[in-house]
Write a new protein. Structure first.
Length: 365
C-alpha cells in the first residue's frame, strides 16, 4: 500500500517538475500591484496568456514589461467586480491570482462574489482579514502565539497594536500601557491614519529575529513545499535605531511599521523540521476549519527568540510580496526543482497540470 502511494506521489511530483504543454490553455490574471510582475512572468514562462488589471495611474509602469499580454485599464481595482471586467476574464478562460492588494482593496463579501475562478481558497481570505478568525485558525493549527489583549486597560507589558486586514503595517503602533495606547491611537486618528471607529487588535509584543516562512501546498500531489524565508523592512521603525536615545525620547512621533521592502533569510538547517511541521499543521487545520483548506501559497509569520523558539503572530493565506526576492528561485526550491522556480511560476505550473487533468476545480474557488 505504501509503495503504491509513493509511486503515485513520485509520478505527480515528476509531472510538476517536467510539465511542458497543456492541452487547454488558461490565462493568468492578477491586480497590478504587490507581486503581479512575478506572477505574470512565471505564467509567461509556462506559456500561458497573462492579463493585468491595471489602474490608470500605473499603466506606464506596466507597459514596460513585454511578458504582460493584455492590460485591463481601470480607475479602481474594485472594477474587477464589474460585469465588463468579469466578461473579459471569462472569455480568456482566466484564473485570478489573489494577493495582498486584493485583500486591502476589497472586503470579504466582495472577494467571495468574484465569479472568475480564484486560485487557492477565496473563503480563507476572510480568515486572514479578520483578526479573531485568524487567531482561531492559528490556535487550531497549534501555532505558538503571543497572548492577545482584549482591552487597552489590560495592557501590562509591551504590546503591538494592529489594524484589520492587509494594511502592510501602516497604522500599527506599540504601547506600554493604557495611557500610552490612548495617546498614540488619538495621534494617529488626528493624522488621518486611523479612523475613530476602527477596530484594533492588541497583541503582546514578541521580540526576536523576524522570519516570514513561505510555503506552497498542492492539493494535486498532497505535498507541502517549503519555498523560502524573508524579512521585511519597515519604515520608520527601523530608522529609529540610528537615532541616539536622547533624541528618541524627545520625539513625539508615533513610529510606523509600513513595509518598504524585503530581504532573504536562510535558516539554520536544524530548524527546518519544525518549519515543515508548522506548515503541515496549518494545512490540516485549514482543511478542518475552512473548506477546501489552504491550497497554494501561504506564509506563517513570526520571530525566533534567543532559544531559537518560534512565535507566530500572523499568517497570510496567499502569495506574499516577500516571494519577490526569489524571482529566479529560492535556496529551498533549488533542492526540489532542477530549474529556476519562482512562486509565480510554481502557481502557473499547478494551474497547467490541473487544466491538463481536468482538475481546475480542485485548485480554484
Amino acid at each position: 500500500m505504501c509503495s503504491q502511494i509513493d509511486q503515485v506521489t513520485t509520478s505527480m511530483v515528476h509531472k510538476v517538475q517536467n510539465f511542458t504543454q497543456s492541452k487547454k490553455m488558461t490565462a493568468i490574471a492578477t491586480l497590478g500591484s504587490h507581486c503581479s510582475l512575478q506572477v505574470l512572468k512565471g505564467a509567461k514562462d509556462e506559456g500561458l496568456k497573462t492579463i493585468l488589471v491595471c489602474e490608470k495611474k500605473r499603466e506606464k509602469l506596466y507597459r514596460r514589461f513585454p511578458f504582460i499580454d493584455e492590460l485591463i485599464i481601470v480607475d479602481s481595482f474594485k472594477e474587477v467586480l464589474d460585469e465588463k471586467c468579469q466578461k473579459i476574464l471569462e472569455e480568456n478562460n482566466a484564473v485570478l491570482i489573489p494577493h495582498g492588494t486584493l485583500i486591502a482593496q476589497m472586503n470579504s463579501e466582495e472577494i467571495e462574489s468574484i465569479k472568475t475562478p480564484v486560485f487557492g481558497n477565496k473563503w480563507i481570505l476572510r480568515w486572514e482579514s479578520d483578526r479573531e478568525m485568524k487567531e482561531k485558525l492559528m490556535r487550531e493549527a497549534t501555532l505558538p502565539m503571543p497572548k492577545p489583549i482584549a482591552e487597552p486597560k489590560d495592557i501590562e507589558k509591551l504590546v503591538i497594536v494592529k489594524r484589520q486586514g492587509a494594511a502592510g503595517g501602516k497604522g500599527y503602533f506599540m504601547a506600554a500601557n493604557e495611557d500610552d495606547y490612548n495617546t498614540k491611537r488619538n495621534q494617529l486618528i488626528s493624522e488621518g491614519i486611523l479612523s475613530k471607529d476602527e477596530t484594533l487588535y492588541i497583541q503582546e509584543y514578541a521580540a526576536g529575529v523576524l522570519a516570514y516562512l513561505q510555503f506552497f501546498y498542492s492539493p494535486l500531489t498532497g505535498e507541502l513545499e517549503f519555498f523560502g524565508v524573508d524579512q521585511r523592512h519597515e519604515s520608520d521603525i527601523e530608522g529609529l535605531g540610528r537615532i541616539p536615545a536622547e533624541q528618541q525620547m524627545k520625539s513625539t512621533k508615533v513610529p510606523s511599521f509600513n513595509v518598504i521592502g524585503n530581504s532573504p533569510l536562510v535558516l539554520r538547517e536544524s530548524l527546518l523540521d519544525e518549519v515543515y511541521t508548522m506548515g503541515e499543521n496549518f494545512v490540516e487545520a485549514a482543511k478542518r476549519v475552512v473548506s477546501p483548506g489552504m491550497n497554494g501559497p501561504f506564509c506563517i509569520e513570526g520571530v525566533y527568540d534567543e532559544n531559537a523558539k518560534f512565535t507566530s503572530f500572523e499568517f497570510s493565506a496567499r502569495i506574499v510580496a516577500g516571494s519577490n526576492i526569489y524571482m529566479d528561485g529560492s535556496p529551498y526550491y533549488s533542492l526540489l526543482f532542477n530549474e529556476n522556480m519562482s512562486m509565480g511560476k510554481r502557481i502557473a505550473r499547478e494551474i497547467k497540470i490541473a487544466t491538463e487533468a481536468n482538475q481546475l476545480d480542485k485548485i480554484t474557488t
